[in-house]
Design a protein around this ligand. Structure first.
Ligand SMILES: O=C(O)/C=C/C(=O)CC(=O)C(=O)O
Ligand SMILES: [Mg+2]
Length: 222
């Protein structure tokens, strides 16, 4: 696939694979044990939202959390990818938010149910423009930040990840095929918290890109 195609990865309808609890300080703030293997979940392509459109709080949640994350855009399909060649499958990166209905997630966890309602709703994956691979020569050394109404909430380095990007690509590809245009969200650093209707979120990868989103609310049409 040419880079110009993958540059609009959010229009491809491909899967969004998310990694949870990949930063020790974030696992600690939610009182989770450190994982011994990556925690994986999925978002559908309908989760994508781009700057200019709002993030919508689902009608069944009153505690929507922001999670700023580095996204890895897959450029070459593969299964059972060895760590040594994992980075050959990366086309580039994106700044991403893993919006999470934390109240719903807590209920799902208590009942032993999947996190779909908490993580996979429409607009749960705001993304920046595509960042070509060359612009981030060391993805294990970038600083992520997030502000809500100008107050800093999250700031952390991808150096703090428990499982590296090559390890994650290799691990995921032994579970499901990675395809061109897939996006891997690599987990959030500490500082997650609630956002409400009319809030403004700004997030960035220091020195590389930033983005702004407004928060709205999805009405209950039942
Ligand atoms: O286990 C929990 O309570 C919460 C986990 C997450 O939401 C995991 C993530 O999405 C993350 O760490 O980025
Ligand atoms: Mg997350």
């Amino acid at each position: 696939m040419s880079k110009s195609n993958v540059a609009r990865f959010w229009e491809w309808g491909r899967k969004i694979i998310c990694v949870g609890r990949n930063y020790a300080e974030h696992a600690k703030e939610l009182k989770n044990e450190l994982p011994t293997e990556p925690v994986l979940f999925l978002k559908p392509p309908t989760a994508y939202v781009k700057e200019g459109s709002p993030i919508l709080v689902p009608h069944y949640s009153t505690n929507l959390h922001h999670e700023v994350e580095l996204g890895v855009v897959v450029g070459k399909e593969g299964r059972d990818i060895p760590q040594t060649s994992a980075m050959d499958h990366v086309a580039g990166y994106a700044l991403c938010l893993d919006m999470t209905a934390r109240d719903v997630q807590d209920q799902c966890k208590a009942k032993g149910l999947p996190w779909t309602l908490a993580k996979a709703f429409d607009t749960s994956c705001p993304v920046s423009d595509f960042i070509p691979k060359e612009r981030i020569p060391d993805p294990a050394g970038v600083e992520l930040w997030l502000r809500v109404n100008s107050a800093t909430r999250q700031r952390g380095s991808t150096a703090q990840m428990i499982f590296s990007i090559p390890f994650l690509i290799s691990y995921i590809s032994r579970v499901m095929a990675l395809e061109e245009g897939d996006l891997i969200l690599t987990g959030t650093p500490k500082g997650v918290g609630a956002v409400y209707e009319h809030d403004e979120l700004q997030a960035g990868i220091e020195g590389v890109i930033n983005m702004t989103f407004k928060v709205g609310r999805r009405a209950d049409k039942s």
